[in-house]
Design a protein around this ligand. Structure first.
Ligand SMILES: Nc1ncnc2c1ncn2[C@@H]1O[C@H](COP(=O)(O)OP(=O)(O)OP(=O)(O)O)[C@@H](O)[C@H]1O
Length: 327
């Protein structure tokens, strides 16, 4: 069912001179969805996001929010807000003043601005830093302020460009949880650009995988992960093997592979590496056709029958675990 606040991209295209950065993308982001645009560097994800935000002109196609064509509106009139990778806070303004800045531009009175800014600071858990200057904050705290500043405009869609990339791994995971919580509390759509598949899996209700200026595959996160449609998606999203069989290429999750005796197994191979990962062991074998496949085994399974490099093994999986790839 379509909602008033769905965000829809229709044949959205971006050219920089002769270079095609986004090639006629069609996609519907249902209202209230946490979506991640995922793909390698240069695939066109930031260009897509910047076009939605209005920070980049649309070469062709359109962007609809709630059925309204916003493709050529100024950023502040779209119902979207963007949080940048560099938080771009005003250094001479306090945290509260930074958060309330857009309301000041709109002519909102000072008391209302402060009240709204404090509400936003509470949402991002930064109330106690309200009167500090940006330089007196850590990177993670500055990011929360930037988030509050974007949310005070009450956007229907919040756009986030690699919001976690400047944080250390510990903070990244914590902030990830916070983003998800805030999106759920507000019930608005988030469109989050990342090149990290773990980030996308952790956050997204819906994943849009881009490659070479087009959408390779889009859908609910678990569907995309469980059944990648192309070799590119299977490899990019990780934890899958792309296996060439006589009947065509398939993707099989590493944790769906079983080790067996070589006789009668779907693949016969030789162990080339064993990597202990704590809860799991990743065993890589070379199989016919010069292919390498990796099986992710629980530590219990592996150490029940340990294998060493050089040993012959069979690799098997249930029929429904193999997903035919279209490319
Ligand atoms: N202002 C610009 N002028 C010319 N080419 C550009 C411009 N911005 C981006 N491009 C090119 O467009 C293509 C897509 O870039 P874009 O930034 O959208 O990719 P991306 O997937 O976000 O990459 P990254 O993860 O590295 O930011 C790239 O080939 C890039 O070099």
């Amino acid at each position: 069912m379509r909602s008033d606040l769905d965000l829809e991209l229709v044949k959205l295209t971006k050219r920089y001179g002769d270079a095609l950065a986004v090639d006629g993308i069609d996609h519907l982001f249902p209202a209230g969805t946490y979506a991640c645009l995922l793909g390698p560097s240069g695939c066109g994800k930031s260009s897509t996001l910047r076009m939605i935000a209005g920070h980049e002109s649309v070469s062709d196609g359109s962007i609809l929010l709630g059925g309204r064509d916003i493709s050529h509106l100024p950023p502040a009139k779209r119902g979207t807000a963007m949080m940048f990778q560099s938080y771009a806070l005003f250094p001479h303004l306090s945290v509260t003043e930074n958060v309330g800045f857009s309301l000041k531009m709109k002519g909102t009175d000072k008391a209302t601005r402060r009240k709204r800014a404090l509400e936003m600071l509470e949402l991002v858990d930064m109330t106690k830093f309200a009167d500090r200057l940006p330089a007196q904050l850590s990177g993670g705290q500055q990011q929360r302020v930037a988030l509050a500043r974007a949310l005070i405009t009450e956007p229907q869609v919040l756009l986030l460009d690699e919001p976690l990339s400047a944080l250390d791994p510990f903070l990244r995971v914590r902030m990830r949880g916070e983003l998800k919580r805030i999106q759920r509390e507000l019930g608005i759509s988030f469109v989050h650009v990342t090149h990290g598949q773990d980030e996308a899996l952790a956050l997204a209700d819906q994943i849009v995988v881009m490659n070479n200026a087009v959408v390779e595959q889009a859908g609910p996160t678990r569907e995309v992960f469980d059944a990648p449609a192309t070799s590119f998606v299977a490899r990019f999203i990780g934890a899958h093997n792309v296996i060439a069989l006589p009947e065509g290429k398939v993707a099989v999750r590493s944790d769906a592979l079983r080790l067996t005796a070589p006789e009668g197994a779907k693949l016969q191979g030789q162990v080339i590496a064993v990597e202990y990962q704590g809860t799991h062991v990743a065993l890589t074998a070379s199989v016919s056709g010069d292919q390498e496949v990796t099986a992710l085994l629980t530590d219990k399974d592996f150490f029940g029958t340990p294998r060493n490099p050089g040993e012959a093994v069979g690799l098997d999986w249930d029929g429904q675990a193999a997903h035919p790839l279209r490319a």
